[in-house]
Design a protein around this ligand. Structure first.
Ligand code: AMP
Length: 113
């Protein structure tokens, strides 16, 4: 996988507003927020996109989901947030390092568009 801006954030070569970090993942505020709360949670393991994840990534993917909920709760949105994963260019993915968007703080319409 080629280096992305997110691998540079993991390596602390590029600054970001980091709100959570452990051995497996990093969460930081999106630089172009689409809601009052909009952070990204990413695995430290360089997985390009969800469709590239492997069976051995099962625990890691579960970890990301659990932490997304915990961090949203820490930010005051325990029971009201949306997770988004854009997979591939056609779906709007622009950074090819798996990330989950976590959004809240405004009405979130459906369908998302
Ligand atoms: P996606 O379009 O799903 O690939 O989402 C990529 C997201 O990364 C966008 O919401 C961008 O605003 C965000 N982003 C890009 N560069 C940075 C950065 N340096 N720090 C924080 N967020 C970023």
């Amino acid at each position: 996988m080629t280096q992305t801006i997110f691998s540079k954030i993991i390596a602390k070569e590029v600054p970001a507003e980091i709100i959570y970090e452990d051995d497996f993942c990093l969460a930081f505020n999106d630089v172009n927020p689409q809601a009052p709360m909009h952070f990204l949670i990413i695995p430290k393991k360089p997985i390009e996109k969800i469709s590239e994840a492997q069976p051995e990534d099962q625990a890691l993917l579960g970890h990301l989901l659990l932490k997304a909920g915990e961090i949203a709760a820490d930010q005051g949105y325990a029971d009201n947030f949306r997770l988004v994963v854009n997979n591939g260019e056609g779906a709007g993915q622009t950074v090819f390092h798996l990330h989950i968007h976590v959004l809240s703080g405004r009405p979130l319409n459906w369908p998302p568009g």
